[in-house]
Write a protein that binds this ligand. Structure first.
Ligand code: ASP
Length: 328
């Protein structure tokens, strides 16, 4: 009995000694849970994309991808958080056009979108849809345009803060109509949609990843899609451009970012898992049903994202200047 215990003790001591000799980084990346930060409320369009991909990516990475919703200031709170996070490969950010609009919308930002990150990959594109609460007066887009021109100050339009694509869409809409209206910010378009359904606001422009179900159920008034062409999932829905708002186009694109200095091994493995997730038949089916457009492989790269972000930042600057919308 005693001899047996002694033998166990010797084994234990040998194991400890071996552990002590093993290199600290013998375990390759990733060795623990990865956090993917989403800048808007849970249940909304950006969150849906992140959770769908995160679950598939976890299978490739062999580690859980936890979604953390860091809500506020149109996505800039999340961007600041990730820019300042430890560059250890365990924190990433998924964000959309807001990364390109924020530098023009905010006089002061605590991060530089073009220099403070490692750029992992673009993700997917998503069309938007213009909606009203179900019992809102104007039934067609021309009726809505006339109504906003006559009653702009009384019409309310929800969005997810300065830097949200819903806010970008509301800005493009106001410019296209040539009238102001009252905008109401929320922490994401999931709560904004609740407000629309509850009749607290009149209008909302939001991604198909959230709105498809409400449009199909007939629980909102639907004026059209924001893309230049009609979309496959709703072929009967006209574009806003074809109904008179010439040149109207807002498409949501996404990027994945990591804090500056994150090891290449991590960004490359995370990027490869993302690419694999975008080819996963279950992901493709779910996303296709929600109107998501898959982007060309060339965009699924650090360079694809970096170049695009720079281009978009330059494209939005004059538009935002003309709209005169900004925060101090
Ligand atoms: N759709 C939102 C936006 O307007 C964000 C969200 O809640 O996902 O940016």
């Amino acid at each position: 009995m005693i001899r047996l215990r002694l033998r166990h003790l010797v084994c234990l001591l040998a194991a400890v000694a071996l552990c002590g000799l093993a290199p600290v980084h013998a375990q390759t990346y990733p060795s623990r849970t990865i956090t993917l930060v989403v800048p808007f409320a849970a249940g909304g369009p950006t969150d849906v994309v992140a959770r769908t991909l995160g679950a598939a990516m976890a299978r490739t990475l062999g580690q859980t991808v936890v979604i953390e919703n860091k809500v506020g200031a149109g996505g800039t709170i999340a961007s600041t958080f990730v820019a300042r996070a430890a560059p250890d490969g365990y924190t990433f950010l998924i964000h959309h056009n807001g990364m390109a609009t924020a530098p023009s919308l905010y006089r002061k930002l605590n991060f530089n979108a073009l220099t403070d990150f490692e750029y992992v990959s673009q993700v997917v594109d998503v069309p938007m849809t213009l909606l009203a609460r179900k019992d809102f007066g104007p039934k067609t887009l021309p009726e809505l345009v006339a109504y906003v021109k006559a009653n702009g100050d009384k019409v309310t339009m929800a969005h997810a803060g300065l830097g949200a694509v819903s806010q970008l869409c509301s800005m493009v809409f106001r410019q296209a109509v040539g009238a102001e209206l009252t905008t109401v910010p929320y922490g994401g378009t999931a709560p904004a949609m609740n407000a629309l359904m509850g009749g607290q606001v009149d209008l909302l422009c939001d991604q198909t990843t959230q709105t498809t179900q409400f449009i199909k159920a007939g629980s909102v008034r639907f004026y059209g899609v924001t893309t230049s062409q009609r979309i496959k999932t709703m072929p009967d829905a006209p574009t806003l451009a074809e109904q008179g708002l010439k040149g109207f186009e807002v498409v949501v694109w996404h990027g994945v970012y990591a804090p500056k200095g994150t090891p290449k091994e991590a960004t490359e493995k995370f990027g490869a898992a993302l690419k694999a997730a975008l080819k996963d038949p279950g992901v493709v089916a779910r996303m296709t049903d929600l109107g998501v457009e898959f982007v060309a492989d060339a965009k699924l790269s650090p360079e694809g994202l970096r170049t695009w972000l720079k281009q978009e930042t330059e494209r939005y600057a004059p538009l935002i200047k003309a709209a005169g919308v900004y925060a101090d």
